[in-house]
Ligand binder design. Structure first.
Ligand SMILES: *Cc1c(COP(=O)(O)O)cnc(C)c1O
Length: 368
């Protein structure tokens, strides 16, 4: 095996998408932003398309352009772009990437690019229904849809979608969900009154895809669930796609009473074996995992001994036989008893999204 590797099970990605697609009549956009949530942009995207994704979504335009460059032909949507990005709208147009538009300046940037290139742009108008993040505030929405209707009549844009995003979909039944759905319905109606009737209404992330059929509308946009991590308590039959592991870089017997790693926050309590693992916070292992991160060595579970360093961690395995080169698993699907990304998230007080997306570039992605 490699020194360090994130082994990505592409069949799991394909099957997770197929499972969600089977549960809805809507189209499915697999969200592959942030390098496919750390799993690798292009391989993840291809696996998702094999599983039935008819759209792909990324936050930034560069990733969508890269997908097009890699030969993916499905429709692509990107939703986070700034005025200073050189030629962002032109590059999107040239690669046939749909852009999200949340404001008048974004609409103007798109129409200016269209006037230069002569190619009408495909846009999805985003309304903020209560997340207060990206999206047009409801008070500004009538002005935006009116301007978009005008640009559409002028042949400058095609409004493909009206869309939004949930604040609390991972808490099924939360009062904000119904409120956001009502606000979304009102925004769709307001758009129609202005003359904008897009083919796609979409608001469902993974949690809503899995738990809220009434939010599926014409297209669902799961991200984390594509990679087999469930945002809700129920796993919904999903298979985690990533296993993070490293080859043991060193094994030594030490006496009781030895301080381990910076600051000696761990001390051996008996004669024991210490295993050196070549993964650290520069690779995305959270420093908060010091003394709490779960690690699986030769069939047994241990905990990171002492502080997580930039490049390495130490594991106290007692009398377990270990040889340099033996695989040490930080997390995987959990089938054989190894910890999961959820276990890591629980140990350090974060979410599994952050655990998988922060795996750094020094870690080889191996695809199986
Ligand atoms: C990240 C993202 C998603 C996917 O969210 P998950 O919780 O990973 O399913 C969907 N839509 C937008 C706008 C996003 O930013």
């Amino acid at each position: 095996m490699q020194r360090t590797e994130a082994v990505v099970d592409l069949a799991a990605i394909r099957d997770n998408v197929a499972r969600m697609k089977a549960g809805t009549p809507a189209e499915l956009m697999a969200v592959v932003k942030a390098d496919g949530y750390g799993h690798g942009l292009v391989p993840s995207a291809r696996a998702a398309v094999e599983g039935g994704a008819t759209w792909l979504g990324t936050a930034i335009v560069d990733e969508a352009v890269a997908l097009r460059g890699a030969g993916l032909t499905v429709p692509l949507l990107s939703w986070l772009w700034t005025p200073g990005e050189a030629d962002v709208a032109r590059r999107a147009l040239a690669a046939d990437v749909d852009l999200s538009v949340s404001s008048l300046w974004q609409l103007e940037t798109v129409t200016a690019a269209v006037r230069d290139s002569g190619v009408p742009a495909r846009v999805h108008l985003k309304v903020d229904t209560g997340l207060s993040r990206n999206g047009s505030y409801v008070d500004d929405w009538p002005e935006l849809v009116t301007a978009a209707a005008k640009a559409q009549s002028a042949g400058e844009v095609t409004v493909v979608g009206v869309w939004s995003h949930f604040a609390y979909a991972d808490a099924p039944g939360h009062e904000t969900i119904a409120k956001q759905l009502r606000a979304f319905g009102a925004a769709v109606d307001a758009a129609a009154r202005a003359g904008v009737e897009p083919q796609l209404r979409h608001i469902a992330n993974s949690a809503a895809t899995l738990t809220l059929p009434e939010a599926h509308f014409d297209l669902v946009r799961p991200g984390i669930a594509v990679y087999g991590l469930s945002p809700v308590a129920d796993q919904h039959g999903l298979t985690p796609a990533m296993t993070l592991r490293a080859a043991a870089a060193g094994v030594k017997r030490v006496r009781a009473g030895e301080g381990v790693s910076y600051g000696h926050e761990y001390t051996t309590t008996r004669d024991t074996t210490l295993v050196l693992v070549p993964l650290g916070y520069a690779d995305g292992v959270p420093r908060h995992a010091s003394n709490v991160g779960p690690v699986w060595v030769n069939g047994a579970r241990f905990t990171v001994a002492g502080r997580v360093c930039m490049d390495q961690i130490v594991v106290d395995v007692g009398d377990l036989p270990v040889t340099p080169g033996d695989p040490v698993v930080l997390f995987g699907p959990g089938r054989d008893g190894e910890p999961t990304a959820q276990d890591w998230a629980d140990a350090v007080g974060t979410i599994h999204y952050e655990i998988v997306t922060r795996i750094g570039p020094r870690v080889t992605r191996t695809y199986v």
